[in-house]
Ligand binder design. Structure first.
Ligand SMILES: Cc1cc2nc3c(=O)[nH]c(=O)nc-3n(C[C@H](O)[C@H](O)[C@H](O)COP(=O)(O)OP(=O)(O)OC[C@H]3O[C@@H](n4cnc5c(N)ncnc54)[C@H](O)[C@@H]3O)c2cc1C
Length: 186
């Protein structure tokens, strides 16, 4: 099966990437094993939301990405990600997929990034630039895996959005903005 964007991890980082890429026309697949820390959290610090249980936030986020048509494979574990020509081969416990871009959003678990050959920093987190691209071209790392302890849901979601905008800019061939206006909501 072929996707333009394959995302490993369905916490705030992975779902945020998926929202942006699918919304803007890229075929996006998400794999998630539901071990997100959100299930342990209650959010009082997510800008724009007063107070929400982490699991409820996750349910709303899943519904939101599903509404845009993201191909979400819940409870399918990615066991390997490899370079394959210009793209990537993503192996799960169920199947194999090809993708042009891969976005790692596996929380504090950095094993897939290490196996793919991504550089790590001196702090032993995955080295990514401001657009969240790793040393492996077209492979992105987002959320807890690129940070040493400073973990917040809103930061992960921001990382996911940054990765998506970079992928979209590459695909569209110019700097891409996901700017909607009030008329879009009518
Ligand atoms: C007790 C506790 C309280 C917290 N309270 C707050 C708070 O008040 N406010 C706040 O902002 N943050 C809070 N956090 C932190 C917040 O939950 C994290 O910062 C956030 O969930 C990180 O998001 P992420 O998307 O980077 O990773 P995660 O949310 O951890 O998501 C990673 C996902 O990837 C999946 N995955 C991993 N490997 C694979 C694989 N190989 N194949 C498929 N899927 C895979 C996992 O199952 C998981 O669902 C709290 C955390 C804890 C533990």
């Amino acid at each position: 099966m072929m996707a333009q964007v394959a995302i490993v991890g369905g916490g705030p980082a992975g779902l945020s990437t998926a929202l942006f890429t699918e919304k803007n026309g890229l075929d996006t697949v998400v794999f998630d094993t539901d071990e997100t820390w959100l299930h342990k959290a209650h959010l009082f610090n997510y800008l724009g939301i007063d107070s929400i249980d982490g699991t409820e936030f996750l349910e709303q986020a899943r519904e939101q990405v599903d509404g845009f048509g993201v191909d979400r494979h819940q409870d399918e574990e990615v066991t390997d990600v490899e370079r394959d020509g210009d793209g990537f081969r993503v192996v799960t416990d169920d199947d194999e997929y090809e993708a042009d871009y891969v976005v790692l959003a596996t929380g504090a678990d950095r094993d897939l990034a290490e196996h793919l050959g991504c550089d790590f920093t001196d702090d032993d987190v995955v080295d990514a630039n401001l657009s969240m691209e790793t040393s492996v071209e077209d492979a992105y790392a987002t959320g807890a895996m690129v940070r040493n302890q400073e973990w917040e849901a809103v930061i992960s979601a921001g990382d996911g959005g940054a990765a998506a905008l970079d992928i979209l800019s590459k695909e569209k061939g110019e700097h891409f903005h996901d700017f909607d206006t009030p008329e879009d909501a009518d």
